[in-house]
Structure formats: C-alpha cells, structure tokens
Ligand binder design. Structure first.
Ligand SMILES: *Cc1c(COP(=O)(O)O)cnc(C)c1O
Length: 341
C-alpha cells in the first residue's frame, strides 16, 4: 500500500482522447501520432499512452530507450520511435526492443546498419538541432518514416514555409514509407504541413500553442493541494523565506502542501494563485520546496485539511510564472497522487 499523498493531479482521460481526436481530424489525410516523451509531458507516460492507444493512436514518440521500454507493454502493436536515435551504449536495449530509432547522424546510421531492421531518420531543415543536413546520404537503409521538425510553428515566421519547402525537396530525394514534419502547432499551419504523419505533444495535454486550437483543446491536468495550517497574520508581518512579502493589513493565510519540488516553481512566488469556489487566493511571498502560502482572507470557509486547486490553466499559469506551457507540465514532480477520471 502506498502512503497517502496530500497532493493530487486530477487527470481527464476523456479530454486527452478528445484532444487527440481533434488533432487527428485537423491532420487531414495524415495519420496523427503522439509525443509521450518526458513521462508523457509529466502526466504519466504509461497512463497517457494506454489511453491514446485505446482512442486509436497508432504512432508513439519518445526521446530515449528507457522511455520506449516503459510504454511498449501498453500500446499493443502500434509503432514506436525513439527520437534521440542510438548510441553504442543503447544497442543492447535497442536490439531487444521493437521500437525504431530516429537516426540523426552518420554514426547512428552506421550503428543501425548492423541491425538491419527498419529505422526512422531525422533531417534538419533549419532548426539546427538534431538531424542529418539536407540530403546527406543515407545509403540503403530501409526508412519507415523520414522526419523533420519545425522551429517556429507556434509563431508567424518565414522559417515555417522555408522548412516546409526544404522538406518537400528532401522528400523527393530520399525514399521512405512516410514523411512527417508537424508538431502540435505545425498541425495548425494547414494541410501542406501534415505530409503522412503528425507528431503532436503539447496540445494532447491541453496546451494551447496557437490561437487556432482555442475552443477545441480541453484542459487535461489540474493540481490540488491540502491545507496544512491556517493562520492569522498582522500588518507589518512578513511571510516566508527572505521575508520578501510584508503585509500592510491583517491577513488570513493558508499554507499548502505544494512547492517547487512539485513543479510549482519559485516563479509563482507572489504571482500564482489558488482558485477557491471562484475566488482567487493569491500566492504570498516565496514558494518553498514543499510549501506555499496563499491569502485566504476572502475565503473564511477554507481550513486545515481542505483541498485547494491551484490555478493551473496552462496559459494563465504561463503568464503568471513566465514559464512555458511545456515547462509547467514536464516539471510536475513525483509526489502527486494521479487521479484519472
Ligand atoms: C517533442 C517533439 C514533438 C512534439 O512537439 P509539441 O510542440 O509538443 O507538439 C514533435 N516532434 C519532435 C521531434 C519532438 O521532439
């Protein structure tokens, strides 16, 4: 029996599946996969992958072989690709896995030639992150899916069209069974960007990378923490580490079981808020490792042992904290009890 947790992550499985279905429809004739790296963007890779497989997703993407091994048992015979490719150290795990590497360099191509199984290949079209350059030779490898990745799909940038055109040229030069370019934001750029397979991550989990998805993508994760103590503070008192918040009037304060070790990072200090029966309860002072103080002067009903929801709407929480929606999700710690509904 695992110990009781005073922190919970409420996860909406129906919203996750509905987000995937919307992205699948928005991908047009292309198949729609799912990026479930970084523990399913912090929400639990196994739980996420099992639900998406059930919804009909047939293509999964992870970053590492350890991540591949974690979800392999729950996705049936769906396709699984490891975005970082292979190193010599990965080879035992890669040989034992049925996942395909997404090969990024000539050294990775050579390693995989010995295995003889199909692979994916990443080509760089202007992001200068991972992948072969342009039409660099790939030899006679059997390529399942040839990928590239968009650097600025969440903005109006000239680079989007240039990357798309470069990718179309590479497609004419390198034979593969399928071609894939678009992430969540790339799907919104239109049918020209979808090719045969899309690879959304963020929007599956309720993230809003572009205005086009507003109203179509539902929130998946909500965080709740219990109140350990409620206390009254007087004008002139300070709250928390380094006494950065000084009260100019008396205040009722609730101390929550959540802190930066739970992904509620210090950038929420003085900017984040809880939402209690429609009322905002602002974060007071500095977020600690495991504790956060909120102002509950307007919510007399909240006391010791009560559960409080933090404002974790990804766009407003991003605005409060200065973090990206990606960081908000992927830094969620391991102390939450996951409650899927
Ligand atoms: C993470 C990742 C994705 C998913 O991107 P989102 O912006 O989260 O939709 C797609 N492709 C590659 C190569 C990635 O690394």
């Amino acid at each position: 029996m695992s110990a009781y947790s005073p922190l919970r992550l409420r996860l909406d499985g129906a919203a996750l599946a509905a987000n995937w279905r919307w992205l699948d429809a928005a991908s047009g004739a292309a198949a729609c996969g799912a990026a479930v790296k970084a523990n399913g963007y912090g929400l639990g890779a196994r739980e996420v992958a099992a639900r998406l497989a059930k919804a009909g997703c047939r293509d999964f993407f992870v970053a590492t072989w350890a991540e591949a091994a974690e979800i392999e048992p729950v996705i049936g015979d769906a396709s699984l690709a490891v975005l970082h490719g292979v190193t010599p150290e990965d080879m035992p795990a890669a040989r034992a896995s049925r996942a395909r590497p997404v090969l990024n360099t000539q050294a990775q191509l050579s390693l995989w030639r010995e295995v003889g199984r199909p692979c994916d290949v990443m080509v760089d079209t202007g992001m200068n992150r991972l992948g072969l350059v342009g039409t660099e030779a790939v030899g006679d490898l059997a390529i399942d899916t040839l990928h590239s990745h968009l650097a600025c799909a969440d903005e109006a940038s000239d680079l989007n069209l240039r990357q798309r055109d470069t990718f179309a040229n590479i497609r004419a030069a390198i034979p593969a069974r399928r071609y894939s370019l678009a992430n969540s934001a790339g799907i919104c750029l239109g049918a020209d960007y979808a090719f045969d397979l899309t690879r959304p991550g963020l929007a599956l989990y309720g993230g809003i990378p572009r205005a086009e998805v507003e109203g179509h993508i539902a929130s998946v994760a909500a965080i709740e923490a219990r109140v350990i103590q409620r206390r009254r503070c007087e004008a002139g008192d300070t709250i928390g580490y380094n006494a950065i918040h000084r009260l100019d009037a008396p205040c009722e304060v609730a101390i929550l079981h959540i802190g930066y070790a739970d992904g509620y990072l210090r950038c929420f200090s003085g900017t984040g808020r809880a939402l209690i029966e429609g009322r905002a309860a602002p974060v007071l002072g500095r977020v600690s490792m495991d504790l956060t103080a909120i102002d509950v002067s307007d919510v007399p009903q909240v006391g010791e042992g009560d559960w409080v929801a933090l404002d974790f709407d990804l766009r407003s929480a991003a605005a409060q904290s200065g973090l990206s929606q990606y960081e908000l999700l992927t830094t969620l710690g391991r102390r939450y009890q996951h409650m899927w509904q």
